[in-house]
Design a protein around this ligand. Structure first.
Ligand SMILES: *[C@@H]1O[C@H](CO)[C@@H](O)[C@H](O)[C@H]1NC(C)=O
Length: 321
């Protein structure tokens, strides 16, 4: 049997963590100001001492269903930006906005020193080889496995707005997990899935670029790429990549139940900038030309909004601005 062509039934996917749709405010019924009266418990992600992903990491992108070239470029450039070297500071231009790479560097504070991602293959499955869904977690693992996995790689399966992935919307905007491949299923690989939330639960998975389902009807923010679905996907992809490298096989850093625990980004859900509280993403930067909200700049000056990450050295959610 050709490696990588195993039927889905031989893969043993285990969704170890889903990106819960907790980006929506959890205490939205409360007056937000009341929350300042309560000092929240510090979040502590426990290190369960299992393998993390470290060193060079290839990130493959599998676009399942229709994505425009502009949509694919926004996602691919985000991945390329993760380990881009910082540009030379330009004297006299004031403070440079934080870079995507500086956001990613928080993951290097975890045990093992972090992973250096680079963009790998981009695979297009426009004709949707497994149909429009609903795709099961096993289907997603099979797609990821078929897109070419090997040691030191993660495949991100990105599904178009009209593709159903169970149980998208019900409880999650994306998930990461592990599959097994190779002779006797000895090689394990990490993969993740993110759905385009343009039409499916944008209030949960594209907030703050879409009004939340619950809570104060604050105006939606302008997305930096101009595409609510894609900028929502980048938030989820960023969160899941951070969760994947710091808890790839379910025995790394998390708090709570294995399989449903809080991870590097989900521990900080809903926080994008300093001063965030449920329903308010925090202080962000604004693009004067478009009015878009962002907090990080990547290659080619592309702007992104990235979630806060839990910092193991301070046990705080670290924001960029
Ligand atoms: C990681 O990638 C860099 C180039 O990006 C290369 O110089 C280095 O040898 C690689 N390290 C390993 C351990 O493969």
């Amino acid at each position: 049997m050709v490696e990588g062509k195993k039927p889905a039934s031989l893969l043993s996917p285990l969704i170890i963590s889903s990106l819960l749709a907790v980006l929506l405010p959890r205490c939205a019924a409360l007056n937000p100001r009341m929350l300042f009266l309560v000092k929240p418990d510090p979040i502590v992600l426990q290190d369960h001492r299992g393998a993390l992903l470290t060193g060079n990491l290839t990130v493959n992108l599998l676009f399942y269903g229709r994505f425009s070239a502009a949509q694919r470029a926004a996602v691919a450039d985000f991945v390329r930006s993760l380990s881009a070297s910082p540009g030379t500071p330009r004297p006299g231009h004031g403070a440079e906005p934080p870079s995507v790479a500086s956001w990613w560097r928080t993951t290097a504070l975890y045990r093992g020193g972090g992973a250096r991602p680079r963009l790998g293959r981009q695979v297009l499955d426009e004709r949707m080889s497994l149909g429009r869904g609903p795709l099961s977690p096993g289907d997603v693992a099979a797609l990821a496995g078929g897109a070419g996995h090997h040691r030191g790689a993660v495949t991100a399966v990105l599904t178009a707005p009209d593709v159903l992935v169970a149980p998208f919307c019900v409880s999650r905007c994306g998930a990461h997990g592990q599959g097994r491949a190779g002779a006797h299923g000895r090689a394990r690989y990490a993969y993740l899935w993110v759905g385009n939330p343009a039409r499916q639960c944008p209030g949960q998975c594209a907030w703050p670029f879409h009004q939340p389902v619950h809570g104060p009807r604050t105006p939606a923010l302008v997305p930096p790429s101009g595409d609510v679905g894609v900028d929502g996907m980048v938030i989820s992809l960023a969160a899941l990549l951070a969760g994947t490298v710091t808890n790839p096989y379910g025995d790394g850093y998390y708090q709570g139940d294995a399989g449903a625990g809080l991870e590097a980004a989900t521990a900080c859900a809903g926080i994008f900038g300093s001063g965030a509280y449920p329903g308010y993403p925090g202080k962000l930067l604004t693009d004067p030309a478009t009015g878009a909200s962002y907090n990080a700049v990547g290659l080619g000056g592309r702007k992104y909004l990235l979630p806060a990450l839990w910092d193991p050295t301070t046990s705080q959610c670290k924001t960029l601005v």
